[in-house]
Design a protein around this ligand. Sequence first.
Ligand code: NAD
Length: 490
Amino acid sequence: MAVVTQREFGLFIDGEAVEPASGEVRELTEPATGAPLAKAAMAGEADVDRAIEAARAALEGLWGKTPPNERSRLLHALADAIVANRKELTELETRNVGKAVSSVKGEVAVSAENFRWYASAIASIAGRTTPIGGSILAYTLKEPVGVAAQIVPWNYPIMMAAWKLAPALAAGCTVVLKPDPATPLTVLRLAELAAEVGIPAGVVNIVPGDGPTTGSYLVRHPGVDKVAFTGSTATGSEIMRLCAEPVKRLSLELGGKSPNLVFADANLADAVPSSVYAIYYAAGQSCDARSRVLVERSLYDEFVNSFSETAARMKVGDPLDAETQMGSLISQAHRDKVHGLVETGRKEGAEVVTGGEPTDGDGAFYPPTVLAGVENRMAVAQEEIFGPVVTVIPFEDEAEAVRIANDVKYGLTATVWTSDPGRGHRLARQIKSGVIGINLPNTAFPGLPFGGYKQSGFGREGSLETIEMYLETKTIFVSTGGKPVNPWGL
Ligand code: NAD
């Protein structure tokens, strides 16, 4: 693979890369090796002010006047540009996040698909007329909500940015997006590509920076009409508080502790490798990771053995090697946090069947780890570990499986493995999650809603429901003749 030349990234405001008024530039390193990767500017308050000003001007100017078919054409063009630059984007993302290139390749492709899907979905934005009798015509208009502030985490930088930007642009909004300060690179390249394909200046602005300072300032800014956040439940809760007083529109995609239910009648040849994939993809740093595997007691020992053997055989290592299945974690600090939780699990009485110790060396590697003998009340079964750690919990029957599945504060995704179709559909209704797979580990596909129940957030990504979050609905009553009616007969 070609080596990405080290470069310095500015902020992206009003159609171009700019120096930060904050004066802050950070050296970013590759988590898998510790080697320097790039320098990236960080936005301060004055930079956020400037970005919001540019977004407002674009909304009230050229973008506000751009008709839907032209917005659609531009989103298709951006999808084409992502595909044309996929090698560079894939390498940049892989080096920046440390995830396996085989995964990142798919995420870049999905990012392009996402723009394409919303380019087509623009055609569905429409109001309606409702007959109400008399001489009144009543209809609704859909209008962009305005300037959207979008905040995304470090685990899927380009894909999360694509998930957020595409529906906002489809709806006619303009955006100020804050990536995580550790992973802004592909998001900044995406903004450059947006400008290159002709998306007007000010429509897409990127302001990397720290959450509690730059992110919080962006959320609180009176120039922002809507906030869309993806990240942890704790931060989402704080952002909800900030949005409460000004009654800002808000959508939240938060954490998960998703269950993966394996019944004794499941096809294990599918269930075992898919369950391994569903937790260790992206080294477990996924909101939708199936981190709690619930197994019917009669199958428990056989499943734990088979799952652990498969996990231990995974190819962990150089993220840029096409054969690698799991790369590094995002940082040494995050690895320490993950290991701390594994230690907590040990103290709570969980058995470490495989993994459980950080890998030596400069990279932030942690092996696929299986904790067996876990009870659902333990911290390792309740807290989002956000690393390559699975907890395996036995259940006696269907009722207990559902009770354990629902006994967490989260409700993002779930999978049920069974050869009984009736049971699959029955559990899909009983499990409180936004996404359920029956005999499948998959979670998201452009066009289908992705999002959470309970403390996994509200709002949906990836679908028509998402465009709706960036629209206001206005109702218009028109007199088509006759005297306007009022109860006073005036
Ligand atoms: P995080 O909440 O710490 O940070 C997410 C983003 O919010 C970052 O850009 C950060 O800089 C910013 N931020 C932090 N504090 C802020 C504040 N006070 N005000 C404004 N912005 C602030 O989360 P993280 O640890 O970076 O990401 C992992 C979390 O994201 C996990 O909980 C994961 O489940 C969740 N996630 C959810 C989804 C989903 O779609 N549901 C997808 C990916 C990740």
